[in-house]
Design a protein around this ligand. Sequence first.
Ligand SMILES: O=C[C@H](O)COP(=O)(O)O
Length: 253
Amino acid sequence: MRKQVIAGNWKMNKNHREAEDFIQTAKNEVPSSDQVESVICAPFPFLQKLVEETEGTSLKIGAQNMHFEESGAFTGEVSPVMLKELGVEYVVLGHSERREIFKETDEEVNKKVHAAFNHGLTPIVCVGESLEQREANQTMDHVEAQVKKALEGLTDEQSQQVIIAYEPIWAIGTGRTATSEQANEVCTHIRKVVSDFVSAGVAEAVRIQYGGSVKPANVDELLSQSDIDGALVGGASLEADSFLKLVEAGKHE
Ligand SMILES: O=C[C@H](O)COP(=O)(O)O
């Protein structure tokens, strides 16, 4: 039985007060549970405060990106060492917005995954196809290539700890969710890719999230699918009530 992971990705939203209000409401409501792990991935300026506020609770804090180098002349970047020092535990890597807008490559994502493990951070690695790729029947090949490159050079144990987030780009922030069957079909394929590329044991244990317009109204059906082990949520993670409903759904799977 895999533990569900419900991760909120706030993207570039909220001010300090709003972040604080969210955490005050959510931190004691998030259950300590064997069934579900709860994470909020916040903008860099809020991380220190959020880590402090959630200490001793079951709500964990993640970043939304980082550089793969420990330090150096990389103006505007944040290193894994800095995140670890703050007490951040997770980091979203290779989100489609990073890949599309900031031109991140599969190679960079792989370097970041290695850097995350070198510094004790759990990577949430995003993969997913565009609408054009889906319509051209390239979804499975595209996602397979992204997963293999992300896991390249990892030990089996590290591969098992990676959280893979399948996010079809056409379903992100559009209100257009993949059907639970569409989402599960790709997540099942990802598990097979991990099985062939790493091992059957790792594939059985690795957690695969779905992301793309997940909300309280559709989360139960998505999480009930055989190969979906949680959700990476943008819009519906911005309000504490809504995030808590998603966590509650994860607890019941
Ligand atoms: O990281 C989260 C995803 O990009 C999904 O965003 P969304 O739930 O607003 O569609």
